[in-house]
Write a new protein. Sequence first.
Length: 390
Amino acid sequence: MSRALTAGFAAAVSLAAIAAGPWILSAPGPASSEEPPRPAEEAAPPSPARPPRPDVIKAIYLTSWSAATPSRVARALELLETTELNAVVIDVKDYTGAVAFRTGSPAVAAMGAEVGRLDLGALVRRFHDAGAYVAVRIAAFQDHHLSRRRPDLAVRDAQGAVWRDNLGIGWVDPAAREVWDYLVAVGRAAAAAGVDELNFDYVRFPSDGKLDGLRYPFFDGTVGRRRTLQRFFEHLTVALRPTGAVLSADLFGLTTVAADDMGIGQILEDALLYFDYVAPMVYPSHYARGFLTFANPAAHPYAVVHYSLLRAQERRLRLRRQLSALAAGGDAGEVTLARLRPWLQAFDLGASYPPSAVREQIQAVYDAGGASGWYLWSPANVYAAAALEK
């Protein structure tokens, strides 16, 4: 069964929702059951040939600035050659909204966000030549540039001014179809450069800052936050499947254990229905005091990651069983769900994170079972070889 569920099968999921538990009380069916996704304006370019993909990804994250710095690229290549690492995740659109490569897309160029920092095709070829898998990270609705360039798409405060989060960064409305098409255009251009995976971050509503009285130019509350993201997930994945790139989404770590959408629209099961991989950011520093009874969860990297991934895997298996039962009664075919591939903490916050703490998290991923690798996140892009196997 396609991850873009048929309308009929989605209706069956809806009928089973009450029995499925609190996390699936609203049906995670596709937008097509109510409103067909509007096609993006530009056709997808031909899918480039890509080298074989590893079954288990072991990746480090690089900003576009690091990826444009020869010494940083050389260090990444050294780690790829001398350790277990086999992949990189490179920013091509970060929280600033800057698109770090020339896309060739009129839709992207019209937004004035391209900075041309990277020759993405050449960079991908260099990593591929070293045997590495290449993912690119695309920040979705946290987009400072677009909130300024197109304030008609921006989230606003109670007084009508463009809203800023606690870091002073602007956001665009997650319900804006024009933003959806813009993200599709960026993704298509990156896929045409030969990347193996398109990884989407900030696929959510705002959470950090003064949230009272927020105004959205398109989101009006009649369709909830969760349903809005379900529609976005279908729109995005349907449009980008023809590129041949792997599609992944980053979620709050708490989606592994939360029974609701936490006010940001994210439900683990919804993302599992549409993407190839779902990447919960299970950074122990991001869990509140009292989680698993810990006064400081950051000081317990193994326990936090292991518990979170166990719960995520249980939820994935439960959803698979329910959908398989429904499929067996009809003609929906085999059920396909995303696999888990978490982001792990490789930075000091809440506690010191030496190589041993990073390694504890990696071991927790393996011990929890069900995951297909991991990504390491260090904002400074500094990674210790001592945390990695040879």
